[in-house]
Design a protein around this ligand. Sequence first.
Ligand code: PRX
Length: 653
Amino acid sequence: MEELRTFEASEKFKAEALVRDRSMYEAAAADRLAFWAEQASGLDWVEPWSEVLDWSDAPFARWFVDGKLNVSANCLDRHVANGLGDRVAYYFEGEPGDKRTITYAELFAEVQQAANALKDLGVKKGDRIAIYMPMIPELPVAMLACARIGAAHSVVFGGFSAASLSDRIIDAEAQVLITADGGYRRGAPSMLKGIVDDALQSTPTITDVLVVQRIGDAAEPVNMQEGRDHWWHDVVPGFSASCPPEVMDAEDLLYLLYTSGTTGKPKGIMHTTGGYLTQAAFTHKYVFDLHPETDIYWCAADIGWVTGHSYIVYGPLANGCTSLIYEGTPDTPTEERRTGDRAAWAKDRFWEIIANYGVTKLYTAPTAIRTFMKWGTQWPQGQDLSSLKVLGSVGEPINPEAWVWYHTYIGGGRCPIVDTWWQTETGAMMIAPLPAVTTLKPGSASGTLPGISAELVDDAGQPVGVPGGGYLTITEPWPSMLRGIWGDPQRYKDTYWSRFPGRYFAGDGAKFDADGDIWLLGRVDDVMNISGHRLSTTEIESALVDHPAVAEAAVVGRDDATTGQAISAFVILRGGVTASPELQAELRNHVATLISPIAKPADLAMVPELPKTRSGKIMRRLLRDMAEGRSIGDTTTLADPSIVPIIEEALNG
Ligand code: PRX
């Protein structure tokens, strides 16, 4: 593949772009708060704010103080009132090939019916609602219905286990759960309701469950508990399609989203109303150079993660754009290839969807791109991808090879790639190019967006120069920042604001190149990034130690060509337990059952010892070196260097 060092959008692209020069950066730099106020004024407010930012109780921010608005009204009512009711909000493509088209007017009506149904179940402003669903249109409907009546949703990714679901429900004290019988994945029903039933055995706060029927007769009937479980289709359509939006304060809770940290307990990240929607809408519009009248936008993430919250639901709907929702995996058995052998399945489902719907903007993750590279160029080359205009990347660093492949084979050499760095905690994009303005470099996320201030610092918290490398910190509050960790304000301060006082520390390392462009280098803490999914080493270690055969466990993320990182586990068995391949499989499955299949270790070694420092801390760096087959460096800080060859022997034997 030819080497590509920089890329600029074509003159035609630039001429039609929303932002064509750096004046927006200059305006934001001159007066950051006025800049954000201008972005917020693009939303519909019931009452104006009195102050843009109150940072007097740092690190607890209040944006658009005293302002009142409703997120669902901004995503629906105002578009319908502006005559856009017939515009398509979502094209839905089910994995089996079933299709639905939902206009803004239809979405508006269904959200209000669902909101009335929730009210009828006793849900009030300030309550928490758990949502555990496949990628079907009722998922955004459920989220918007919560937002409409002022209840906070807590969406739990549909791939999580019963234990993970119940932990999150218990922590949030959620009252109602919205779910589905199941969804379609990899050519077959993947059932959720049984997992829900298990989870609800330990959740005293849930009084009612709304169940969408997605699978129906295609699988065994699901259990519906009398008095607790209600079919969505029996309940929701009977309610009036009129439910006035609750007037919310800019700082009222919009949602909780749990994410892995460096300890075993997931954190309920809190996002509020006015600032969150402002930055989600702003970034979605300018980073994708959105033209809502003509664009067909597709974010191929799952709504269960923050990317789906901000860039399938809130940003796109606030901007009145037409999006696509696809339920399944990129390789699915089509009619012609409905065989049992997954390797024989068609691997062009994404490209077929893009061609069929004329998708103009695509947002996906590097791990997906590397998988497509592995499958080969024949798949995209067999489809017409000429509608594409901008490609996005998110979730992990995109290696230059994947960038160039994406640019060449998906973008036809003409589409700018926006590599967007952000986090569950930041709520919206922070570091990303503007496609008509930024000179792109494969592998670099370029620089901060207008209104965002970041610095790289060294161990002592001193800013590093250009070029240079260090810890990525954010130096000024931003509108969509997390407002805290649910139920644990101290943990919020300790986790994000204490390592470098006065700075938000993101947990990532990065470097500036000679031009001052930022290159993300991955996590510097014990958080792993597996296929763009965030998992903590400690959480997986706890799951392993939960098994009666395991005395001690250590987990590291090692490099993997496709998934970015893969999980390598090291366990010490309890006395009297014998190592065997069966036990190895059982332990890996135990993690999948306790957390999620995405957390299942790729490899697991049963070792007699773990490398520890004299203070008893496991030296993960050494384990990572071993897992990646490198000769290990300095072992002088080990309490007992003689164990290294013993572990290596266990690994290789
Ligand atoms: O390490 C960074 C990586 O993903 C982490 C955030 O994970 P999560 O909260 O699950 O949100 C993912 C979707 C926004 C970050 O700390 N990350 C995210 N985007 C990028 C990235 N690393 C490099 N480049 C990116 N574009």
